[in-house]
Design a protein around this ligand. Structure first.
Ligand code: MD3
Ligand code: FE
Length: 203
């Protein structure tokens, strides 16, 4: 049931399906407290993906750069806590992929509407790259681009559907990755959106 995407990267297809209702109700509660927003890249362009966070730390981007901060810059309040059930889900998924003892302290919530995309990048703003990242896909399907350690390495395309969990760690942790523009569609629980949760150890 664990499918390898290469060294250190594993998909647990539909692994979050048993928790879909609880995950979505928690997402909606969290987003009421820390609303989605289109962050601006250091180059000054608003991202097509809308973002929020929960956990002790949250990822932000603005004209000054990318970083993790302990407060939502919009409200000045601490980010909402990471739900305990998400910690358990992330720990269980990481362990299934061979990464024991994963305790995330940050979760990015990314929302894609049709046309939204994420260009190839590395996740290197976390302090310790030995911890894996666990991602949970909800709603409309997307095509994930999985590149190499250099930006110019050829990327493979991985379809990700509602409920899929992916764990990236070890030799996969610093591989370039992105998401192709979301195709329009309708999902019974999320309408025309895709939501991706990425659980990380940032601090
Ligand atoms: C592979 N998000 O928020 S999650 C991101 O679907 C991000 O929203 C995408 O990339 C999304 O930074 C992809 C999967 C993911 C996350 C981190 C990775 C894949 C990764 C780090 C290294 C390699
Ligand atoms: Fe990323």
């Amino acid at each position: 049931q664990r499918e390898s995407l290469g060294p250190g990267a594993f998909v647990l297809r539909r692994g979050a399906l048993p928790d879909e209702a609880a995950l979505l109700s928690a997402v909606h509660e969290l987003l009421a407290r820390a609303p989605l927003r289109h962050m601006v890249t250091p180059g000054g362009r608003p991202m097509s993906v809308a973002t929020s966070n929960c956990g002790a730390l949250g990822w932000v981007s603005d004209l000054a750069g990318y970083r993790y901060v302990d407060r939502d810059p919009r409200s000045g309040l601490a980010w909402p806590s990471l739900p305990a059930s998400w910690l358990r889900l992330a720990g269980r998924a990481a362990a299934e992929a061979g990464f024991e003892g994963f305790i995330p302290d940050a979760c990015l919530i990314n929302r894609y509407e049709p046309g939204a995309r994420l260009s190839l990048h590395q996740d290197r703003d976390e302090r310790d790259h030995t911890a894996p990242i666990v991602s949970v896909s909800l709603g409309l399907p997307a095509v994930f681009l999985f590149g190499g350690l250099a930006r110019t390495d050829r990327a493979t395309r991985v379809p990700l559907a509602h409920g899929d969990i992916v764990v990236w760690g070890g030799p996969a942790r610093l591989r370039y990755h992105g998401v192709l523009p979301l195709q329009p569609g309708h999902h019974p629980l999320l309408g025309n959106y895709r939501i991706n949760l990425t659980l990380r150890r940032a601090g």
